[in-house]
Ligand binder design. Structure first.
Ligand code: ATP
Ligand code: MG
Length: 679
């Protein structure tokens, strides 16, 4: 371990300035691979080791679990002994969850509240919206999107209603109001609440804000360009007095506008904090000049607030290869065989390779090819651990244990394994419960059920409720983990898996997944130094698991030697020696929706993020034909390929390059032809 001083000495002068500047607000604005994240990690160590700040007083936030974990590892390696104790390095949402957990009472929540994932939230919205009239999935999605945006902008239901300009908005605002009331009744919060609740709490309760200001003295934010309004408000309020924070970002890498991210926050920061020290970094330490130049040339097509001139001294490096394939299968086959041969040629490891794509669906065919060649790989996101059925069941049990008012969890598992509780019984139970204003679980205990349900049905519901109650009692007596494990054995979940799986091997694997989940839970409870002021009870551990689930994180942290498969969105902040970007075609990258909406800039930034992950080699692939919606479609090469420096591209199977003038002519004549056809 090199000392912190040596570490700082290894940075360039501008980076050093960013690390050493601690007396006011600091913004590091710089392109990809210029060492922004390195500044954050070094600065945390500097604050602790050189400025004598307690690690407990420092909070660093970023956007994905993976990024938070990597940052934490880097920092811990610089902080000897217990000096890193109590340091918060987490996602924004985990920080929010911790604040909520500490301020339950003021927020009007009860212990053991549930965290609704987007599916749960959707189910609740569906119920609420269907009360008035039958609505379809599109309408529900739309309202869910609007509500999410309101929450990200800290707009409360009353404000949403009074500002509504269209009937649609007014309708959404009314649903929003019901939705919030119901969440409260269920003792639940949704994903957006994790930021909105702390931010509005701080606004309304200065004494709570004051407490958190005493707790957090210095904040560092990575990937700042992707903060949304509520996240920005959270940082702003916490830091308003001391003005001690460092945020780093790159406006060219803002790729979450669709989730409410506001790159304008970069500008806003300067207005809110006039003392802001803006530091720009210009050397890229990641990529060869050819790769960096390609990225710079591409992004120059977007309008810019700040001009950046990145350079690299890593040498020119190899040309960027562009491989055109017959179809998507040939494309996947090609990538797999490339990795196979290149690994030997470069004597590289599997983990040195990353394959990036626009959407998870592109990974499926690639997975098959990788399996065929026996190439070990790790798929991030997509079909994650948490999206498996057995894990969803197990999570529902856990959620019900900590919050019996969680009706969604109840409904998922009341008949899993089979307890012969049918839909009619459940419907009657639900009617009864909503009439009495109690949860489904509580309703199972009520005498009044006799008026609506047959003896046998009541008996079965009662047995289920009693079963859950017993486990809850053990949890109260400090026997949480044995109680939970016993629960799965007692209900013979394994037998149920065997009945329902396609083969015994599959069933065994599924049961093993459940035990893995419980091991994770236990580990999470045992973890001592993670979040400073938190007592690690089973409730906290379960809500962290649910959050991890939402953040789409694989349960097994897997650092073995594997090829990484991930979406460009998920690749933010990471780097790999050899990068393959698949599907450089119109309608895929840029995506069809973006083309239709006339918003190509965000897609270009996404391509920029993908390209700038590469250190030594970059390979871009595309297919001439691709199956979509059950049809074979002809694909056009992405316009982004035209925007790259052509002299640095090494094409293979280049489609006949058409003279742009001729193309335009053909276009107009086609339109003219069509017109004449239509008369
Ligand atoms: P991104 O925008 O993609 O998140 P970044 O600006 O956060 O990139 P880092 O990930 O911090 O960049 O750094 C990129 C690479 O450069 C890393 O491998 C890092 O270790 C290395 N690096 C950063 N600063 C220096 C330096 N002064 N000398 C040598 N290497 C450096
Ligand atoms: Mg970074």
């Amino acid at each position: 371990m090199s000392s912190i001083r040596e570490r700082i000495a290894g940075l360039n002068p501008r980076q050093q300035e960013a690390v050493r500047f601690i007396d006011g607000p600091c913004l590091v604005l710089a392109g990809a691979g210029s060492g922004k994240t390195s500044v954050i990690t070094t600065k945390i160590a500097y604050l602790v080791l050189e400025c004598g700040m307690s690690a407990r007083r420092i909070a660093a936030v970023t956007f994905t679990n993976k990024a938070a974990r990597e940052m934490k590892e880097r920092v811990q390696s610089m902080l000897p002994g217990k000096s890193g104790h109590g340091l918060t390095v987490s996602t924004f949402h985990t920080l929010g969850l911790n604040i909520i957990r500490a301020e339950l009472k003021t927020l009007g929540l009860r212990p053991g509240f549930s965290l609704f994932d987007p599916e749960d939230a959707k189910a609740l919205l569906r119920d609420l919206m269907n009360k008035d009239a039958q609505v379809d999935a599109d309408q529900i999605n739309k309202v869910q999107g609007i509500i999410s945006q309101w929450k990200n902008d800290l707009v409360l239901p009353g404000q949403a209603l009074s500002h509504a300009e269209t009937e649609d908005d007014a309708y959404a605002a009314r649903v929003y109001e019901h939705y919030v009331r119901h969440l409260k009744a269920y003792n639940a919060v949704d994903f957006d609440d994790l930021i909105m609740l702390p931010a509005t709490l701080f606004e309304r309760h200065p004494e709570v804000l004051a407490k958190w200001r005493r707790r957090i003295h210095y904040m560092l934010v990575d990937e700042y360009q992707d903060t949304n309004s509520s996240q920005y408000q959270l940082v702003r309020m916490l830091m308003a007095e001391r003005e001690t924070f460092t945020v780093v970002g790159d406006d060219d890498q803002s790729i979450y506008a669709w989730r409410g991210a506001r790159p304008e926050n970069l500008v806003q920061l300067g207005e809110d904090f006039p003392r802001l020290n803006v530091i720009k970094l210009e050397q890229n330490y990641r990529s060869t000049s050819i790769i960096l130049n390609a990225a710079n040339t591409l992004i120059a097509n977007n309008p810019h607030v700040y001009e950046k001139a990145l350079w690299s001294d890593k040498g020119r490096g190899d040309s960027i290869r562009v491989i055109v394939n017959r179809n998507e299968e040939a494309e996947a086959e090609r990538v797999a065989s490339e990795i196979l041969t290149r690994r030997i040629k470069e004597s590289a490891q599997w983990r040195d390779f990353a394959v990036l794509y626009r959407g998870n669906f592109q990974a499926r065919i690639l997975e098959l090819k990788l399996q065929h060649y026996q190439i070990p790989y790790k798929l991030s996101g997509g079909t994650s651990f948490f999206s498996r059925n057995e894990i969803k069941d197990a999570m529902a049990y856990l959620r019900l244990l900590i919050n019996p008012a969680d009706d969604n969890a109840f409904l998922r598992i009341v008949n899993v394994p089979r307890r012969e509780i049918g839909p009619t019984t459940l419907e009657k139970l639900a009617n009864y419960a909503s009439g009495r204003g109690v949860s489904l679980f509580d309703a199972c205990h009520e005498m009044g059920l006799q008026e609506v349900l047959a003896e046998r049905a009541i008996d079965r519901l009662g047995r289920f409720a009693h079963f859950i109650d017993r486990v809850r009692k053990r949890m109260d007596q400090n026997e949480a983990m044995p109680g939970i494990r016993q629960m799965f054995l007692e209900m013979d979940y394994e037998a149920w898996l065997f009945q329902n799986a396609s083969s015994p091997v599959v069933a065994e694997k599924r049961m093993a997944n459940v035990w893995t989940l419980l091991d994770q839970l236990e580990k999470s409870m045992a973890r001592e130094d993670e979040e400073a002021d938190e007592t690690d009870d089973v409730e906290a551990a379960i809500s962290r698991l649910v959050l991890r689930d939402i953040l789409d994180q694989q349960a097994q942290e897997d650092d073995t030697d594997k090829v990484q498969l991930l979406t460009m969105h998920a690749s933010k902040g990471l780097e790999f020696p050899h990068v393959y970007v698949m599907g450089l075609e119109e309608d895929l990258l840029p995506h069809r929706n973006a083309i239709d909406a006339g918003d190509i800039e965000e897609e270009r930034r996404l391509a920029y993020v993908g390209i700038t992950r590469a250190r030594q080699t970059l390979t871009l692939t595309l297919a001439r034909q691709r199956k979509a919606y059950g049809e074979m479609l002809n694909c056009t090469p992405s316009r982004f390929l035209d925007e790259l420096p052509q002299e640095d591209l090494d094409w293979e199977g280049r489609p006949d390059k058409e003279d742009p003038e001729k193309k335009r002519e053909r276009g107009t004549s086609a339109i003219a032809g069509l017109r004449s056809l239509l008369g």
